[in-house]
Ligand binder design. Sequence first.
Ligand code: ADP
Ligand code: MG
Length: 642
Amino acid sequence: MSRVAMTPRKLTVLSLAALAACWPLLPDFTVSVMASIALYAIVAAGLVLMTGIAGMTSFGQAAFVGLGAYASAWLCTSPHIAAVWPPALPPTLLPWLGLLLGLAVTLGVAWVLGAATLRLSGHYLPLCTIAWGLSLYFLFGNLEFLGGHTGIGGLPPLTIMGLSLASPRALGVLAWVVLMLALWALANLLDSREGRAIRALKSSRVMAESMGIDTARQRIRVFVLAALLASVSGWLYAHMQRFVNPTPFSLNIGIEYLFMAVVGGSGHLWGALLGSALITLLKEQLQDLLPRLLGASGNFEVVAFGLLMLIVLQRFPQGLWPSLARGGQRLLSPFMSLAGDAGASGASGAARTSGAAGEALARRDAEINPINPPAPLLPTSPPLPADSREPLLDAREMTRQFGGLIANDKVSLSLHAGEIHALIGPNGAGKSTFFNLISGVDRPDDGQLVLMGQAMAGKPAREFARLGLGRSFQHVKLLAARPVLENIALGAYRSGHAGWLRAMLRLDRHEEAATLTRARWQLARCGLQAHAEDAAGELSLGQQRIVEIARALAGEPRVLLLDEPAAGLRHLEKRALATLLHQLRAEGLGILVVEHDMDFVMTIADRVTVLNFGAVIASGTPAQIQQDPAVLDAYLGGVLDE
Ligand code: ADP
Ligand code: MG
């Protein structure tokens, strides 16, 4: 690019540089407000990840801030520690040990609380966070060694390489550095394999498990990470105030943290900073103004925040950040480069590859050949059973009852490599129920399922995925707000290795580029390459079904289960889908399709099994099925002839 262009990332760096340059000149009061904003934003950033992105609401985050603060306060002031402290070690190490202690305690407490409460769904989880938020708060106030309600005073300042951070001006710098590092690491995390898995938690846990993601473990990790960020903020806070008492860690403040995350933009990391700034500044004003207006003292600002949150959520369901970012973009558009560096839109733009990497990918995109796949990252599925005449999937007498209704009545069906098997039947015949049984989403009441030669009784859906089963859903389950390409890369979750730490430090770029290249290839092969960067939810329903197929293919399955893939497709699109399915069959996949469009079924299928009222009434070649009196009867005659 020839001219010097302003990108959101450059804008962020420039703003931070300006803040740094002004920092020594700002009045003390402004500095301490700015430092508080950074401390709040560190906590809110964790909440954005946990609540906005992973879909777990917590009112209790202030308690984790308290754990970080109290751990260091206790360690730095306890006479017991002072008594055993080796004289050879400088006492300036104490606060740093306090940080480690705080992190360790928070890790333990968050893990136990998470394991106990994250299984709860719906409103029970937020209620539980209130319960433990309150409990920890009362614990802080009632433990003798933590100073009871008076708290602990006389904390030493932090020192870094001999430099004392006693003033808020000095500590504020550290707070902002920690905040920026946290935002950077979280944005990196969200722009990775694990980040896609985290986003899938909110969208649909059933879908996430079918992609091979251990959702229970993923939820606990998100919860613990958010708690650790809160704990670091508490540690900084304690050494800025040099004093702790229980008040800043109460449920009230926990609710304020949630306001910050939600008002700023629950799905956007930068929204954490926006929300913290807004709420902190408003609180400053309202704490004086409201009691004067109302002629009584009290924490009326909490009521004002509640109203504010209602209004914001009504008018801006995504929080204020997306609108602000859009407004800023419009204002700056004359200066902005079109290179599409999405840095400043934080998480929202993180999926898009930036700068040089983006151009490299675009180049590679042009080279993508829909016929020849790029080299696989790793062989993802275990080898086929030794005897390839063995079916890939063998369901024997599968039965599933819902109350008195027998949705599947001893259904047997097998699927071989290089075969397209269609499962048809009138509405309510039990096709989707059967799909759920053979993909591990639901458990049969009776019957046996063998996948790739392994008995699957009692195994979770992600184990089915591991053995090479990919599926689409009758009711499309995509990350609607995310780009199509990201949705497809989610399907390749199991083929990656990079964990959370690597992703946060951006050490996963090589693997990530390979994953995206393969995702692009799957997309091209399914004919949707033009939509790679579009939000999945903006596509037509028919196209979204194709995206689901591409996502399943990204997992390199041996067995593909497609629930009504042709619904909503136009004639030419159906032809393209039939061609794709034939190509996949030629590659040796076993494909089981539920489909209503009989023309489509009869042209693609090698074998057809017909369900009616939960039971198999016929099975054979399309020609046999079209002549079968029981089938014609079930379809009230004639439908099959069209
Ligand atoms: P199909 O996919 O062939 O249209 P389904 O498998 O969705 O049929 O449904 C088969 C029968 O089982 C229907 O009568 C449906 O109402 C019932 N059913 C499906 N899922 C459930 C469920 N989770 N709870 C109760 N009944 C269900
Ligand atoms: Mg169905």
